[in-house]
Design a binder for this molecule. Structure first.
Ligand code: SF4
Ligand code: SF4
Length: 73
């Protein structure tokens, strides 16, 4: 499973990633008086990487998260 890491200081708040996210788990929020993209629902993120591809400034990097425990396949 991968989750987007948003490098907040470089985010311009343009909102492209928010518009690109199919389940709508990204939003623009004010962080220290500037608008930035925030992943507000990690559980709802499908790891599709659309946000990473869409960001014009390379602010988003998909990072691997530890696998949740699941039965052996
Ligand atoms: S990886 Fe996909 S689901 Fe997750 S925040 Fe980015 S666009 Fe949304
Ligand atoms: S597309 Fe990139 S710069 Fe624009 S709001 Fe999203 S993370 Fe920030």
């Amino acid at each position: 499973m991968k989750l987007p890491h948003i490098h907040t200081p470089r985010c311009t708040g343009c909102g492209w990633c928010v518009a690109a996210c199919p389940p709508g788990v990204l939003s623009l929020q004010v962080v220290v008086w500037r608008k930035h993209a925030v992943l507000h629902d990690e559980q709802g993120c499908t790891g599709c990487s659309q946000c990473e591809r869409r960001c014009p400034f390379g602010v988003i990097t998909m990072v691997k998260t530890p696998q949740p425990a699941k039965p052996e396949a």
